[in-house]
Design a protein. Sequence first.
Length: 359
Amino acid sequence: MVRPSCDKLNVKRGHWTAEEDAKILAYVSKHGTGNWTAVPKKAGLRRCGKSCRLRWTNYLRPDLKHESFTPQEEEMIVRLHAAIGSRWSIIAQQLPGRTDNDVKNYWNTKLKKKLSEMGIDPVTHKPFSQILADYGNIGCFPKPETRTGPLNRDLKNAFMSRSEHNYPLPPQGFFMTTMASPPEVEPTQDSLLNDYENNNNSMDLLVQLQAIKLVTESSNFLNKGTGSSSSSSSPSSSICSTAAQEKSLQSFNWRDFLLEDAFLPADDPQKQETMVEFSAKDFRNQMQKNVIPQSHINNETTTATQINNGVQGKECGVVPSSGFLASSSSDSSFVEAMLDLDNEMFLEFPDLLEEPFYI
DNA sequence: AAGCTAGACAACCGCGTTCCG
DNA sequence: TCGGAACGCGGTTGTCTAGCT
């Protein structure tokens, strides 16, 4: 649609002055927000209405925080980005006082860089070494027509059941149960989103968003004709799992911040079924891990030491399923703690140090 | 002191979606 | 149902500032 852009309306651009801010604040306090196109005229500003709205939503809103991000917020951003990607507005909704622009900028300037320094691809949340390994396995894909389909069907069944029951969170055994009784109607992204509107629960939202992501990425992957339930390297990380990843679920592990990507055995149907069972459990666990309870966020006593203990398996069953608890009382940020864990990882898997990777 | 560079973040742009007459 | 206006979102660009040479 063609509409007059701001640059054709002889409007002022660039940074806002205190005087302009005062005009916006005065206008909003008197009339409230809404109909931003009328705001410049009514407030006596030579600005585009869109620009006024942005200034208000990103800077002037009274509920905004202007201090730097806390380790807990960093953790939340990383987890949510791993779960749903760059849906900044959704991520920002989980961080009171932060805007999507704040989160996006913080990700682009700080977190992305830090993850890269840790050897983790900020896009896929996988170690660079694994990406390269996956790259080498691409040639192993079977032909698309060999796909039997249970993986995708089971995933959809799980989504459907969640939608029917409107669970705040997938209950224990949820995915296993739903796989036993496949529904007849497949859910769509729309139905999932509509469901969210009826039950505005952030946990629920994340479950659904991950489901959407998984469905989207699975279908994209399959549509490209390169995927197979038996050996695909699907980006829908949580679908597939390995025994090692199952083990890692028992306590915090640096891997919690990676999107796992496993290869199902291509030649053994029995193994495939087993792997699909793992995938369902893994998916449920991933949901629980990727959504951080408020009590977790408020925890201000846990330190990086505890995290390390978790990695070493000393805290199995004690560390919450959501895993990492960053300290807000020390200077060490979440990412710094992750760097420590990264070092531990290399101690645990010295082979990784011997594998050069190129970016 | 001047010039350069990188980091941080505010602001803009274009496009998709929603609303409404 | 349709079309235009408004809104929302994610990606990108612009600007400012601190640090370095």
